[in-house]
Design a protein around this ligand. Structure first.
Ligand SMILES: [Zn+2]
Length: 157
């Protein structure tokens, strides 16, 4: 089995609102929240701090992993096209990228890439989603993307 990949965001949402949005998409279980925020101090309520957020998610029946190094260190660049190019080059050089590809290939259910940014703001989680799909497709010839909510999927053949 290969896990499905969706994305979500925290901006302007409480933790309950986030979990409700994920559940509303009827994700295949189990759901693993893959936190890829470079900074985790937004929102400022503290409820999204990785330590407390992770244990709270586990109480809700979700898995949680935090890959800060898959966050976007170029997020303040004005040129979005250049930011995307730099991020993709950077992300694929991170060991966490390989670990995540492995986790999804060997995993089951749904993997939800989580960042702060509310659409339509450009966010690295979509670039990361496509990088992961490309890597998994290259390793798994039979891999077909399934639809996700809040995500822009491309069809892979
Ligand atoms: Zn983002």
């Amino acid at each position: 089995m290969v896990g499905n990949i969706i994305t979500e965001f925290t901006n302007s949402r409480t933790r309950d609102m986030l979990v409700d949005a994920i559940k509303a998409s009827s994700p295949a279980m189990p759901v693993t929240i893959v936190d890829v925020r470079w900074n985790t101090y937004y929102p400022l309520t503290g409820e999204y701090r990785p330590a407390t957020f992770g244990s709270w998610l586990q109480e809700q029946g979700f898995n949680y992993v935090y890959y800060q190094r898959l966050g976007n260190p170029f997020k303040d660049m004005a040129d979005v096209t250049e930011m995307e190019r730099k991020y993709k080059e950077y992300a694929q050089s991170q060991i966490d990228f390989g670990l995540l590809v492995d986790g999804i290939i060997q995993g089951d259910g749904t993997f939800c890439l989580l960042c702060y940014c509310k659409p339509p703001k450009p966010c690295h989680r979509y670039w990361l989603q496509h990088l992961l799909l490309d890597s998994i497709a290259a390793l798994h010839r039979d891999f077909k993307c399934r639809d996700g909510v809040g995500s822009s999927f491309k069809t892979l053949n």
